[in-house]
Design a protein around this ligand. Sequence first.
Ligand SMILES: [Zn+2]
Length: 95
Amino acid sequence: MAVYEKPACHCGSELVLSEEFFYREQRRIGHDGVPAQRRMKQTDDDKYSLTQCLRCPICTHHFAFDYDEQGRIVLIGDIVGGRLNNGQNGSVVSK
Ligand SMILES: [Zn+2]
């Protein structure tokens, strides 16, 4: 098995996995027509990952990634303005 090399930024810093989540809050409506203060219990369905990328904590560059055969994160390329620098959409990660 090849030795795993952690993905790194141009600046030399190690990249971190950055995820943005979307979540839904639901409240019952009272007899007075006013939504309850307390929100309803969240289910798994109410939260999902919106975007996933690798991010440099130092210079905040973003990178697209994929997983290798062993499920390890591997770097694909820079994301500039939401797009991979090879012209593909950064959110479409394919090999
Ligand atoms: Zn950097």
